[in-house]
Design a protein around this ligand. Structure first.
Ligand SMILES: NC(=O)c1ccc[n+]([C@@H]2O[C@H](COP(=O)([O-])OP(=O)(O)OC[C@H]3O[C@@H](n4cnc5c(N)ncnc54)[C@H](OP(=O)(O)O)[C@@H]3O)[C@@H](O)[C@H]2O)c1
Length: 388
């Protein structure tokens, strides 16, 4: 395998640090050229000292001086601010890991796509709010998009060997999150600390809350529809608490092919970096029999987890609905984490926003960004009414 240079957008987060874990284990194959974070200066400094990149960027420019002071004697270029994040994505490297949380990732991810990069895409919110525009840009600029989300990595691997016309249904699995067995009454008073305690995965705060509401699975359905050009009716979800099977493809002849692997993000990350080859990830790989025993699958309960149904409806509505859904969800999750609304009120807020904002098509990235900002403002106004 040829040596590859890497840009990591979101290097201090859960996906970022797992990516660096894979890079550390395969330093003969990869080197880090660009690291980007938002505000976690200490972690960024430690990463810079270990991986010796050419450029590091901190999005929040109030941390610039601290970063500069701590890396005074190195040759590493240091930049700060949102435009510097976009510049970081434009720097020529072989692979860009897109792992910034939320819609903030849209502009840098697009910048990497426009320069025709190979983009390992972990961030799902960009695809949710601007899927058709991103996929058109991938095609126009001959970029390569490799999914990192475990479910989409599974589908990517399954699709690679089969023609789409023979596919009937595509199923992604959901762990069900920490409240899988809770009644709505029990969910009434759950805390952010309980919500981010995922049973199988160790992830960032936002995606952990999304997993607890099952919004994450809704966002992933939208992501899958764009990545694989699927009709929403071809997509389905199964709750699978063990998180071993990640994706299932059902063919028109009745055959099903599934991908399974232990729940560790370093497996799909290593796949995305090495594609079309494969790498051994730096973890204790379990034997198939220990993974395959006692697997269970159940249908999602839309009554207890209405976020999933609302996301599916937004996917089917198309136009600006997924953009509104995503922005409203980001505000709702933040408000929940900050203790401003309860767990169940997050859904009420999102539904209110979707009802309030008019439906319209979004033709350009600028339209998406404007709609995203407008939705956030509307949401913050509505939030005052919802405050617990
Ligand atoms: N974690 C998982 O296992 C997993 C699995 C599948 C998909 N994903 C997706 O991958 C993305 C990242 O998830 P995560 O769990 O790794 O999140 P996370 O732990 O919260 O990390 C987010 C990273 O993005 C950086 N960041 C945030 N806002 C930024 C901005 N405006 N500009 C530059 N950098 C910014 C953060 O920097 P600071 O640390 O400095 O704040 C951090 O490095 C999400 O879209 C998520 O849905 C995650």
């Amino acid at each position: 395998m040829k040596h590859q240079t890497l840009t990591i957008l979101g290097s201090t987060g859960s996906i970022g640090t797992n990516t660096l874990d894979v890079v550390r284990a395969h330093s003969d194959k990869f080197s880090v050229k660009v690291l980007v974070a938002q505000k976690n200066v200490q972690k960024l400094i430690a990463q810079a000292n270990e991986f010796n990149p050419e450029l590091i960027v901190i999005a929040d420019d109030s941390y610039y001086q601290e970063l500069k002071n701590n890396l005074n004697n190195s040759k590493i270029e240091i930049l700060a601010g949102d435009d510097a994040v976009i510049h970081a994505a434009q720097v020529k490297t072989d692979i860009v890991m897109s792992a910034i949380t939320g819609a903030n990732s849209l502009r840098p991810t697009m910048a990497a796509i426009v320069r025709g990069a190979k983009v390992a895409i972990a961030n799902k919110e960009a695809l949710v709010c601007a899927g058709p525009l991103i996929m058109a840009a991938v095609q126009k600029n001959k970029a390569i998009l490799i999914p990192v989300d475990s479910e989409h990595s599974a589908l990517f691997q399954l699709f690679n060997h089969h023609e789409k016309e023979f596919i009937d249904k595509v199923i992604i699995t959901a762990s069900g999150g920490p409240f899988r067995t809770f009644t709505r009454d029990q969910m009434q008073h759950v805390t952010p600390q309980q919500a981010i305690k995922h049973p199988n995965w160790s992830m960032g705060v936002k995606i952990s809350v999304d997993s607890a509401t099952l919004m994450n699975k809704g966002l992933e359905l939208i992501e899958a529809a764009h990545l694989f050009d699927l009709n929403p009716n071809q997509l389905d979800v199964l709750v699978h608490p063990q998180s071993i099977v990640h994706g299932i493809v059902r063919f028109k002849d009745g055959s099903h092919i599934l991908q399974f692997a232990q729940p560790d993000m370093r497996i799909p990350i290593a796949y995305s970096l090495a594609f079309p080859k494969r790498l051994t990830p730096p973890l204790d790989l379990k034997q198939p029999l220990s993974l395959l025993s006692d697997l269970t699958f159940e249908k999602p309960d839309y009554k207890r987890f209405p976020m999933l149904k609302t996301a599916i409806d937004a996917m089917k509505s198309g136009l600006n609905a997924p953009t509104l859904l995503n922005a409203a969800n980001e505000i709702a999750v933040n408000a929940f984490i900050e203790g401003k609304i309860s767990f169940l009120k997050m859904h009420d807020l999102i539904v209110n926003v979707l009802e309030y904002m008019p439906q319209r098509p979004l033709h350009l990235i600028e339209d998406v960004l404007e709609e995203d900002q407008k939705t956030r403002r509307t949401c913050l106004d509505l939030l005052k009414k919802h405050a617990a």
